[in-house]
Ligand binder design. Structure first.
Ligand code: HEC
Length: 146
């Protein structure tokens, strides 16, 4: 009787070991698969191009926002697209300055602070209520005009 039990026990022990081995194998496969998927996903995220406009290029969204802001401000009482009235035509401003980040910053400062001397003696009024970000968008629109 006792020898029969021993055999049973050995068989049972082997079965359990097999079960564990099988589980370990499954776990390894699952782990490899998951880490593989994660690696591919992270590689794809890295490859995705940055949506930022390159330096010196204005994004279409900024240009559209700038045009909208200009139409809501007082700019058009002194500026027209293609003829000089009190201020220079936007086309002339666009022809004079390339849309680099430095020019956008310079002109946005001028819009905020006002000033004269570049296009003549008549000064542009200051626009202290505008944010620098909005003034930059307006300038990006102006410099996109052709
Ligand atoms: C009171 C009239 C007036 C208003 C209002 C006005 N401008 Fe001007 N703007 C001028 C004049 C005049 C100049 C030329 C200044 C100079 O010769 O330095 C000018 C020049 C500019 C320039 C070129 C600056 C340079 O240094 O070359 C930009 C850009 C500009 N304006 C944008 C704007 C925007 C944007 C608005 C609205 C927020 C605006 N202006 C509102 C009169 C005006």
């Amino acid at each position: 009787m006792s020898s029969f039990f021993t055999v049973e026990k050995i068989i049972l022990a082997k079965k359990i070991t097999m079960k564990f081995k099988f589980r370990a194998l499954l776990f390894t496969i699952a782990f490899t698969a998951i880490s593989g998927v994660m690696y591919t996903a992270s590689a794809q995220t890295k490859k995705a191009p940055a949506k930022k406009a390159p330096a010196g290029k204005s994004s279409a969204a900024d240009i559209a926002a700038g045009q909208d802001l200009i139409s809501k401000s007082d700019c058009l009482t002194c500026h027209k697209l293609d003829v000089k009235i009190i201020g220079p035509a936007y086309k002339d401003v666009a022809a004079k300055y390339k849309p680099t980040d430095a020019n956008v910053a310079l002109l946005a400062k001028k819009v905020l602070e006002g000033g004269s001397g570049v296009w003549g003696a008549v000064p542009m009024s200051a626009h202290p209520n505008l944010s620098t970000a909005d003034a930059k968008k307006m300038v990006r629109y102006i410099l996109s005009v052709k």
